[in-house]
Write a protein that binds this ligand. Structure first.
Ligand code: NDP
Ligand code: DGY
Length: 314
């Protein structure tokens, strides 16, 4: 008899959903008109969850599923999962690290280039016929600028390599220095922001990073500074960011993530110096395919009693 998996959202591509359905009985919670009723009716059946960043896996959900054994996250960030609740119930958690690193770093570079060189503004300028009335205002050069990366992990380091190829100077902030890497470390975020032309956020979400980009950090970045965020919306004090942009206390922002996705602050919509993407860091066919396969491979390994491929440390 097939084991039952709760699929919380529809980001996985159709071939991987088909494969998941071949191996398991799949409850597509996002398709259910009344998810609470399904969760109640099927609570004893569910042994695994396929989760994703936009759907919280709370203590109450974990506790309501007595036979839950594994949460296999489609994504690397696990700030949507109550890890301590999973640990105390003995539920394993896996994610999809590494395979999405390059695409997410590329997304950061898309935002960095787009906001610096006015790419979206320029595209609109041509489309609506403004070019005939004069030139687009000048952009800003990347060469010789200082980029401060918050969170020099897998994605942060991939961004650092790309920035170095653009002849930018890389510095970084995080919980600890990484002496093996050739970049200057700042233990203080505001001090790094003061030193940098660009602040790129590549750290995890969650309690430790909640709102660390404050109004003071944005003021330290300054009137010529740009903020790029591909980490989580929760890392930034979003009202403070909106205010800093309105008052031109920073030069612009490139944002892939927001506090209340899919909703974005209304004030940002009309700003030329803000480029926004709908949380597409890893959103390529190639990467989403391998992410889906890894989600399934972790479930298969667990139920076969084999070691997990990419366990999340509890
Ligand atoms: P890693 O764990 O490899 O890197 C995270 C880095 O953040 C580490 O270097 C860590 O430091 C650092 N860090 C931890 N706590 C803090 C803190 N309080 N302040 C500053 N830095 C901190 O993860 P990945 O690089 O693989 O992914 C990073 C995050 O990117 C994910 O958690 C996710 O939220 C986000 N992401 C977003 C995507 C998108 O679609 N926009 C796609 C993929 C990921 P140390 O090394 O010292 O532990
Ligand atoms: C991640 O991997 O954490 C992304 O945010 C979702 O793909």
């Amino acid at each position: 008899m097939k084991r039952t998996i709760l699929l919380m959202g529809g980001l996985m591509l159709p071939p991987e959903i088909a494969e998941l359905e071949k191996q398991f009985e799949v409850i597509k919670l996002y398709r259910e008109p009344d998810p609470e009723v399904v969760l109640q009716d099927r609570r004893l059946d569910i042994q695994g969850i396929c989760s994703l960043y936009s759907r919280p896996v709370t203590k109450s959900l974990i506790d309501s599923l007595p036979n839950l054994e594994i949460i296999s996250q489609f994504g690397v960030g696990v700030d949507n999962i109550d890890l301590s609740a999973a640990k105390s119930r003995g539920v394993s958690v896996t994610n999809t690290p590494d395979i999405l690193t390059d695409d997410t770093a590329d997304t950061a570079m898309c935002l960095l280039l787009a906001v610096s060189r006015r790419v979206c503004e320029g595209d609109m300028f041509v489309r609506v016929g403004k070019w005939q009335s004069g030139p687009l205002p000048l952009g800003r050069a990347l060469k010789n600028k200082v980029v401060g990366i918050v969170g020099l992990g897998r994605i942060g380091q991939a961004i650092a390599r790309r920035c170095a190829a653009f002849d930018m100077t890389v510095v970084y902030h995080g919980p600890r220095a990484k002496p093996d890497l050739p970049y200057k470390y700042f233990s203080d975020l505001a001090a790094m922001a003061r030193h940098a032309d660009y602040l790129i956020l590549a750290c995890p979400g969650g309690e430790d990073t909640q709102g660390i980009v404050t109004a003071d950090v944005l003021d330290a970045l300054g009137r010529d500074g740009f903020l790029i965020n591909i980490s989580r919306g929760s890392v930034v004090d979003e009202p403070a960011l909106v205010q800093a942009l309105i008052e031109k206390r920073i030069a612009g922002a490139g944002l892939d993530v927001f506090q209340n996705e899919p909703h974005v602050p209304q004030e940002l919509i009309s700003m030329d110096n803000v480029v926004m993407l709908p949380h597409i860091g890893s959103a390529t066919v190639e990467t989403r395919t391998v992410m889906g396969r890894l989600v399934i491979a972790n479930l298969m390994a667990h139920f076969a009693g084999k070691p997990l491929i990419t366990p999340v440390a509890a």
